[in-house]
Write a protein that binds this ligand. Structure first.
Ligand code: SF4
Length: 694
């Protein structure tokens, strides 16, 4: 796809990989992409990029792309190429047959965090208005749903508090459960710049991350905790703040609910929650925890950044609330250089959540039972809407296995590969009568599909993505859709075939509808995006040019609310049979399940997932570098090649999940966050054994 040569024109658009949301100029010669050049005017990247955004674009024209609709009666049948008209009519009639037979709640939809805001909005609208239920969910279920819950409870809004540029003002950077140099490389460079300028670094992570190798930060504090003990850790940090007089009492009195604060203060001050008492759980020396708490509290500006190492736990939501507690207790919120900042994974996972992809919330995080809100949507959409939350993805799987959930419309998401406990997912998908997969490729989920509708890459459509700092950025079409339609048009075709009319002629009209129904988006329009380049929501009458920092004068919910964070150890325990704890992460050169990056012709790309073991654990098992290792958990087993490294602590192993053949999710369990069902990917008890080549 990429050739060196003379471009004829360029189009400014946004990277479709991670939640940094870098702006690029796509340089074109006719319909051919010559190169992607990072945009100096990009507000999230200021002319920088990583290898993925700049070079990993081959997937868009890869021969694996499916550009014709296909159907089949049974999943054991071969695919039959059909016209768009036949495929869409077949999907619609199957969904209606299922609803007539099993009831209107027997079908649902899954939105994509890789698609645009406008496309995501249309899928949830189709489910609510055409299916007549709220069975819509998103892949955020398996990554940052605890962020949505935890930040809403404490601060009042399900999003990060700061812009990326704000890190320039941070004196202490606290990173919890995130590996920015691999997961969010361009923002990691900004962090590193600040660290080189002298900001102090605290890392809370079971594994040594590269940020700790930044010059001047080699001696940053690394709280190398045991997987699954985040709540014990953040509560122990809070204990130090509360008992050593390290809190910002003035901020708390002015900005936070006093009763909740007093309850929290008493809770965290209990000696049973001290660093010393928690040391046996976390494995981190109490003195180090106290040093970290003092460092964070003593900063003029302390900023917290966290990732999936916080959310993908059975207590993910509790940890998010614990992090917000720390920021409120120290007054580190509401100005540049501070805050609570989730590092969102996918390019538009923030946007897919904003756009109402949850079964209990309309766009803008308003509950479906909220009568005035629901009335507004009913009026605009012209149909009565259901007032009770629908099924989350795990509930859909359970209902499918029980026999009450039979049809699923999946846009741009590979749940068969990305969701935990693959065996359970497979059983659920096999039990359904109509699965419609809309994607670029015949992914793992398509193996269970009855209808395949070709998707479109980000280069083939107009729209917007919203990054981890709430920044809405334009996505612009640089070439015609390879399969005739952009994803939003396909959803529209399906909705029309279902008998619920959608008549948009351009995504700008969809954004206008979103703005008319979503208080945090009322000022957003394609015209303003053209003028400003990007906009951070909330953008409305109060903030007509957007909002880099949230919760400035008061919290979105009014007063901030401290939440109690009782530590409940994960059910996933080590035993003599499963003596190691497995945790997972990403590498720079691959992206999620690798559907895009694995289809990029670049030999520098990593070509397999590996299992990291501490030398002590490797020696005990007779495992050498490069050996094949059988990894077995209570859920399943797989085989990975060994990498021996002291980055992981003894008793902990680590792998990535970019290749379907390594099957990392075959071994992850069904444990999930108590509040949101986000899977506990980050803690799995396993045994590792040397095996001969698989
Ligand atoms: Fe794309 Fe993220 Fe890399 Fe930026 S940092 S180029 S958004 S993958």
């Amino acid at each position: 796809l990429i050739t060196i040569g003379q471009a004829e024109h360029s189009v400014v658009t946004t990277c479709a990989y991670c939640g940094v949301g870098c702006s690029f100029r796509a340089e074109m010669r006719g319909e051919e992409l010559v190169r992607m050049v990072p945009n100096n005017d990009g507000h999230a990247n200021h002319g920088h990029s990583c290898v993925k955004g700049r070079f990993a674009l081959g997937y868009a024209t890869h021969p694996d792309r499916i550009t014709t609709p296909m159907i089949r009666e049974k999943i054991s049948d071969p695919w039959r190429v059909v016209s768009w008209e036949e495929a869409v009519a077949h999907a619609a009639s199957e969904f209606r047959r299922i609803q007539d037979t099993y009831g209107k709640f027997a079908v649902g939809g899954i939105t994509s965090s890789r698609c645009t805001n406008e496309e995501t909005y249309l899928v949830q609208k189709l489910v609510r208005a055409a299916f007549g239920n709220n069975n819509v969910d998103t892949c955020a279920r398996v990554c940052h749903s605890p962020t949505g819950y935890g930040l809403k409870q404490t601060l009042g809004e399900s999003a990060g508090t700061q812009d990326f540029d704000s890190v320039r003002f941070a004196d202490v950077i606290l990173v919890i459960g995130a590996n920015p140099t691999d997961g969010h490389p361009v923002f990691a460079s900004a962090m590193r710049r600040r660290l080189r300028e002298g900001a102090k670094l605290i890392v809370i992570d079971p594994r040594r991350i590269d940020l700790l190798r930044t010059p001047h930060s080699e001696h940053g504090l690394h709280l190398k905790l045991r997987p699954g003990t985040n709540v014990a850790m953040v509560t122990a940090l809070a204990h130090v703040l509360a008992t050593e007089g390290l809190m910002n009492e003035d901020f708390i009195v002015r900005r936070c609910e006093s009763e909740a604060f007093e309850q929290w203060r008493a809770f965290v001050s209990d000696p049973s929650r001290s660093p010393e008492a928690m040391e046996a759980e976390t494995g981190v020396p109490a003195a180090l925890v106290r040093e970290a708490a003092r460092l964070y509290a003593g900063a003029d500006n302390g900023a917290i950044y966290y990732g999936l190492g916080v959310t993908e736990h059975s207590q993910g939501s509790t940890t998010v609330m614990g992090i917000a507690n720390l920021a409120m207790a120290t007054g580190n919120i509401g100005r540049p250089g501070v805050g609570v900042n989730p590092l969102r994974g996918q390019n538009n996972v923030q946007g897919s959540c904003d756009m109402g992809s949850f079964p209990h919330e309309f766009p803008g995080y308003r509950h479906v039972s909220d009568e005035p809100v629901r009335r507004a949507f009913e009026q605009r959409w012209g149909v009565p809407l259901h007032d009770e939350p629908g099924l989350r993805i795990p509930n859909m799987f359970e209902a499918a296995i029980e026999g009450s959930f039979k049809g699923l419309y999946i846009q741009g998401e590979d749940i068969a590969q990305s969701d935990p406990n693959t065996q359970h997912v497979t059983a659920a998908l096999t039990a359904m009568e109509c699965i419609v997969v809309q994607d670029l490729f015949l992914n793992e989920s398509a193996k269970f599909a009855h209808v395949f509708l070709p998707g479109s890459s980000f280069m083939e459509k107009d729209g917007t993505f919203t990054n981890a700092e709430r920044r809405i950025s334009p996505v612009r079409k640089v070439m015609e859709p390879k399969a005739r339609y952009a994803d939003w048009e396909v959803t529209q075709l399906l909705s029309n075939a279902l008998g619920y009319p959608m008549q948009y002629s351009h995504p700008g009209e969809i954004m206008a509808e979103i703005a008319s129904l979503t208080p945090t988006f009322t000022g957003v329009s394609f015209e303003l995006l053209d003028e400003m380049g990007s906009i951070q929501w909330p953008c409305n009458v109060d903030n007509p040019r957007g909002s880099p920092t949230m919760h400035v004068e008061e919290f979105v919910r009014g007063k901030g609310r401290f939440m109690l964070t009782p530590y409940v150890p994960t059910r996933e325990k080590v035993t003599p049979r499963y003596p190691l704890l497995l945790t997972t992460g990403r590498i720079l050169s691959q992206y999620n399940v690798g559907a895009q990056t694995r289809r990029t012709p670049n030999v520098a790309w990593h070509d397999e997932d590996r299992l990291e073991l501490h030398p002590h654990d490797a020696e005990e098992r007779g495992i050498a570098e490069g050996d094949w290792v059988g990894v077995e958990s209570r859920a399943g087993d797989t085989v990975l090649r060994a990498r021996i490294t002291e980055r992981v602590q003894p008793g902990v192993v680590y792998t990535t999940f970019h290749f379907p053949e390594s099957g990392a999710n075959v071994i992850t369990t069904e444990n999930s966050d108590w509040a949101t069902n986000c899977p506990e990917y980050k803690v799995t008890a396993v045994q590792a054994t040397r095996v001969s080549q698989p």
